[in-house]
Each structure stands twice: as C-alpha cells, then as structure tokens.
Design a protein around this ligand. Structure first.
Ligand SMILES: *Cc1c(COP(=O)(O)O)cnc(C)c1O
Ligand SMILES: [Zn+2]
Length: 424
C-alpha cells in the first residue's frame, strides 16, 4: 500500500477538522486560558478496512513500526527507522500467581534508546522530514530527549534538547552521544525557548511546550498506537481486560488507547480494554477523577524517584481515554515503585523506576479490591533501569567486598543475602 491513508487532523474535543499540517498547539477553536485539546490524525478507514482481515493485518511487513504504515501518517520515502517496536510481551509467573490473573509485561525497554519514546520520535521525526523541517527540539527529563536525539541523528537533522540539571548521567550521555545540542535550564524556561524557536524559526517540536494542558505532537502520538496493535497480535486477538501504563502527559496512554480503538473499528478485535493510568500519589488525572473535573488541573510539584512521570499536569486526551474506556487512574508511592522494580527484577526484567510503576499500579489495584472480574492485565514497562541505575543501588546498597576464602564467602552469603549453601 504505497499511498498514505492519513486524511486530516481532528480535535478530540469539538470534532473540528484541519488539514494535515505542522499543528502542535492543539485545537485553536477550543483553546482558552485553562484548557487545550489535542488534535488527532484521521485516516481513510474505509480504504484501510476494505478486505482487511486478521490474517492480512498479521502479514503486514516493514522495518520497525513501519510494518503498520497503512495506519501511520508518513509516506514511504520519509519513513526513518532504527528498528523500533516489535518488543516482547512477556508472561510474568510470580505476579500472575500473586494476583490470580494473567499478567503480561510489554517490555518497551527493548527499543533503540531503551524507552517507548522511540515510537513517538520515529513517527514524529519522519513527519518532520515530510514537512521539510531542519531542526527538531524537545523539553525532556531524559527519555524523550534521548529518543528525539537518536532519530534526528538518523534523519540527519539538527536537534536541540532542553533538559533539567538533575537528569541522571546515563540520560545526559545518551542525549549527547547522538550528537544533540543539549542545554539544561529551568522547567518553565524550556517551554519559553521552544515556543520562541517553533514560532519564529520553524523548529519542529516533538512534544508539548506550554499550552495550558499538554497537547503533544499529533504525529508522534500515532507511533504509540503500534503498542496496541502488537499486543493484539501477541495475544492472538485475546484483548486484555486492563492495560496499565505510567502516565505523565498521557500521549503514550492516549496513543495506546487509540490503537485499540482503531483495531476494534477495523473489525480486528471485538472488545476494548479498560485503560488504567498509573501516576504518582496526588497525580493530576487521579485528582481530576476524584473531583469529577472535565479536564485535569495542575497539581503541586513533588519529589520522586520516578522523574520520568513526575509532571504537574496531564492532558485532556489522557482523561478522555480513561473515561471512554471505563478505566481509572491509580496512584503509587516511591516505595510501591521500588517494590515493583524488585518484583520485575525477579522476572528477569530491569525497569526504570517510572516504568515499573505500571506493575506497582496493578498490585495497588489488587490491594484496593479493583481487580474483581479481571482475568488478564498488560503492564507497559516504558523504559530500562539502566537509565537510572543509582535508584536501585541506593536501595540495595554497595556490593560486599571480601578476601578470597570459603569461610568469608559463607559468612557474606549468609549475612548479606540470607543464603546458606552449606559451603563449609
Ligand atoms: C515519558 C515517559 C512516560 C510518560 O509518557 P507520557 O506520554 O508523557 O504520558 C512514562 N514512562 C517513561 C519511562 C517515560 O519516559
Ligand atoms: Zn476543538
């Protein structure tokens, strides 16, 4: 299928339609001082869906997530890839037993820059080529910056990343290694720089920069849909009851929901999962649900190990995905997250704290009696623990050093690890 099926943008709130264009500040018709709504890419679904069967969809071929190109907004000549996507869906035995349901982890740490932001950066950067952009930019605590930098390198574009001074060394060196021009500044300062450069210099943003609610890059959000498509294929069309995802702005969360929604519309699946947003305690989506708000309001800043999801606002799109799917938002603490990181470790998976929060959220739902009637769950692990190794070594302490000697070995195994292999 050579032609591209994307036919326009549409506001997810008022339904107003716009042509495919560089439109990064949401729907102008809906925007006021407190509210902004995302626009989302529309396709010629009749054309895509004509003769589409599960078999046919399963046999779509392509490099990386471009296997799903008929449902992505970029023409073939501009599709940049680092072989993102195609990540494993792993059945987790101990959590399944603990909670009495089938638990799968979608391990997005296997992406080219070790986080699910690669799916966004892949599609958004490809679209940047289509628009003739020369410079891509992003404000990021790390993962978004690393992904933006890598795809800019691959697409041979200049890239300026604004980050915060506190981002871990691993994140800094990743962004630098791809040749991005990385600058650390204040949270607010980043948005001011980006909006100036987007409006006056035609820089191309891969994310949000200062509307009252985050609206994101609508083309990038399309990349996240492919997570839902892959889950459908990997579970052989047996849609999970719930999908849990760590949420900040909610672009990933909304994108995954959109993917399931499209799969159902195209007749590939016959039901939809409930979407569960996992936030830090006091998160903006949980707050909006508690107060029954029409859209999220900002919350106060707080400290957390899960810096990748530690924002003070979330999007209307994320709240809409929760409500449209009959889902919810659950709140987890740093302790819950560190416990979940250990549980995942026991499954052979190493998750960045923010990304382990999806598993923490599932345990939280069990504790609060929210898993009644639920028999299957998919937790999205959005990034690798290698992004922030300090968080786990802080918890586990230093590795013990001993003199060579069986007696010393027996002692240290017993004292530090409560393990007694009867060496002596
Ligand atoms: C960015 C990020 C998220 C949140 O994604 P949003 O689309 O902003 O909700 C979750 N986990 C990790 C590891 C991230 O880097
Ligand atoms: Zn609108």
């Amino acid at each position: 299928m050579a032609s591209i099926n994307a036919i326009g943008l549409k506001c997810i709130n008022c339904g107003e339609k716009y042509p495919i264009s560089p439109m990064f500040e949401g729907c102008p018709r809906c925007q006021d001082s407190q509210f902004s709504s995302s626009v989302s890419v529309c396709y010629d679904y009749e054309h895509v869906g004509k003769d589409l069967t599960r078999e046919k969809f399963s046999s779509w071929q392509g490099v990386g997530l471009w296997r799903f190109a008929p449902l992505l907004p970029v023409s073939p000549e501009n599709q940049v890839s680092l072989h993102e996507g195609g990540t494993p869906l792993i059945k987790c035995e101990r959590p399944s037993e603990d909670l009495g349901l089938r638990v799968h982890i979608k391990d997005e740490s296997r992406n080219p820059t070790w986080s699910y932001k690669d799916r966004l950066a892949c599609v958004a950067t490809s679209k940047a080529l289509e628009f003739g952009a020369k410079v891509t930019t992003i404000a990021s605590t790390g993962n978004h910056g690393a992904a933006t930098a890598a795809y800019a390198a691959k697409a041979n574009l200049d890239c300026v990343v604004f980050t915060v001074p506190t981002t871990p060394l691993a994140m800094k060196s990743l962004m630098q290694s791809y040749g991005a021009k990385v600058v650390a500044t204040t949270w607010k300062g980043r948005f001011e720089f980006i909006s100036h450069c987007v409006r006056n210099l035609d820089w191309y943003p891969l994310g949000t920069y200062g509307t009252p609610l985050p609206t994101g890059n609508p083309y990038g959000v399309e990349g996240y849909k492919t997570i839902a498509y892959e889950i459908c294929l990997q579970l052989n069309w047996d849609v999970p009851d719930v999908v849990l995802c760590p949420v900040a702005n909610g672009e990933g969360f909304f994108g995954i929901w959109k993917g399931f929604h499209e799969a159902k519309m195209l007749g590939l699946i016959d039901r939809l999962p409930k979407m569960v947003a996992v936030e830090l305690v006091g998160g903006p989506l949980a707050n909006a649900i508690r107060k029954n708000l029409r859209f999220p309001e900002p919350i106060g800043a707080r400290e957390s190990v899960a810096f990748s999801i530690n924002g003070t606002i979330s999007s209307f799109a994320a709240l809409k995905a929760i409500r449209d799917s009959g889902g919810t938002a659950v709140e987890v603490s740093d302790d819950d997250i560190m416990t979940a990181q250990e549980i995942l470790g026991q499954e052979g998976l190493y998750a960045e704290p923010a990304s382990a929060s999806s598993a923490a959220g599932l345990y939280q739902m069990a504790q609060t009696g929210q898993l009644a009637g639920i028999s299957s769950a998919v937790c999205i692990v959005t990034s690798s623990g290698l992004k922030d190794p300090g968080s786990i070594s802080d918890k586990k302490g230093d590795i013990p050093v001993i003199e060579p000697g069986l007696k010393q070995l027996a002692t240290v195994l017993k004292e530090c690890y409560h393990f007694d292999p009867k060496i002596i």
